[in-house]
Ligand binder design. Structure first.
Ligand SMILES: Nc1ncnc2c1ncn2[C@@H]1O[C@H](COP(=O)(O)OP(=O)(O)OP(=O)(O)O)[C@@H](O)[C@H]1O
Ligand SMILES: O=P(O)(O)OC[C@H]1O[C@H](OP(=O)(O)OP(=O)(O)O)[C@H](O)[C@@H]1O
Ligand SMILES: [Mg+2]
Length: 302
């Protein structure tokens, strides 16, 4: 680390400037109580509420910025982080960044996809084929684990069209809904990596002021991630309905039961971490819950 980096006492987080992860990353950090002075079209946002600044960059640059100590933390897809980690490993470098938290958005998977006309018999079928991908290091590592020798054709985008253009026989690319594969008459046959947005940081520990800031940010982040789907559920029920109701709340943190009307009527209050779907509320109603109320949880600090 350079002396300039070491002497910094503000925390710097790299996020995508624009793209799929840009808005959710910013929203997540804002839900941790951070706010910034600059508008979002700037490259640098100065932290106002806390000394935590943002650097807005291309997602591919985030692991390198962490490795070089230019940024302390970053929000990036696991696919990008793992690809660059695998690339460093192949080049003989030591790991320079690590995944610290998974963030629950930007979900997709890195998958092998073959033309729909192929009848898939397993990885051995790939020997001697040409595979187009933007993830050559992850693909090569997977091929080696499977003991397959194939030709890896590296493309920076529009990978799915490569078979139709005769550049490759099959592809290895990100899949979410599967619509892009279907539009190109391809079908997924193997998953190499399940991905989502992650908080990445350096392999080593922070020191001084940045260690305290990072610790606080992680604590708030954990609270924000926990409450993302959390709701406070309240209802009333007859005491004898409680044994049928509690099994419908497996994700509830120790429900509080209060006596209302004499001995037989109870009010229940529970913090639920799973989704309280309409179906679930109807099931609760059928099991005897009355006056069901679902309230948002603003923040939660363990
Ligand atoms: N179809 C998808 N559905 C959900 N998440 C996706 C999908 N495609 C990609 N992602 C995730 O979102 C990340 C960013 O995708 P995006 O398309 O914005 O990247 P990009 O074009 O490389 O952007 P940049 O301009 O920053 O380089 C990907 O690395 C991946 O983790
Ligand atoms: O399974 P789907 O929901 O169709 O999503 C998968 C597609 O999404 C991403 O591309 P993106 O749309 O970001 O375009 P890109 O080619 O510019 O990366 C990815 O590279 C796939 O092509
Ligand atoms: Mg990119």
């Amino acid at each position: 680390m350079s002396p300039a980096v070491e002497s910094r006492d503000r925390l710097r987080i790299a996020i995508q400037k624009s793209g799929r992860l840009a808005d959710p990353a910013r929203a997540l950090l804002a839900s941790c109580g951070l706010s910034w002075r600059e508008s979002r079209d700037r490259l640098f946002c100065y932290g106002e509420t806390l000394p935590v600044d943002l650097l807005l960059v291309r997602d591919d640059d985030i692991p390198g910025l962490i490795a070089d100590g230019v940024c302390d933390l970053g929000i990036v897809g696991r696919n990008v982080l793992e690809e660059q980690d695998a690339e460093r490993l192949r080049g003989g470098a030591t790991p320079a960044f690590r995944e610290m938290r998974s963030l629950g958005f930007g979900g997709c998977r890195l998958a092998l996809a073959v033309p729909e006309s192929w009848s898939w018999q397993g990885p051995a079928q790939l020997a001697g084929t040409r595979i187009a991908t933007s993830y050559p290091a992850l693909l090569q590592a997977w091929l080696e684990r499977e003991g397959i020798v194939a030709d890896v054709v590296t493309l920076s985008g529009s990978v799915e069209i490569a078979p139709r253009l005769g550049q490759a026989d099959l592809v290895c690319d990100l899949v979410s809904s599967g619509a892009t594969l279907a539009a190109n008459q391809l079908k997924p046959v193997a998953t190499l990596l399940e991905s989502e947005a992650v908080l990445a940081g350096p392999v080593g520990e922070f020191d001084g002021e940045r260690a305290l800031l990072a610790e606080m940010l992680l604590r708030r982040l954990d609270g924000a991630l926990r409450t993302r789907h959390s709701r406070l559920l309240m209802f009333q029920a007859e005491r004898n309905a409680i044994p049928q109701l509690l099994p419908l709340l497996p994700d509830a943190e120790t429900p509080t039961l209060l006596q209302v009307d004499g001995a037989d009527r109870l009010a229940l209050q529970a913090l639920c971490h799973g989704r309280l779907t309409w179906q679930r509320l109807e099931d609760l109603k059928r099991a005897g819950a009355q006056g069901l109320m679902v309230l948002p949880v603003e923040s939660l600090l363990a």
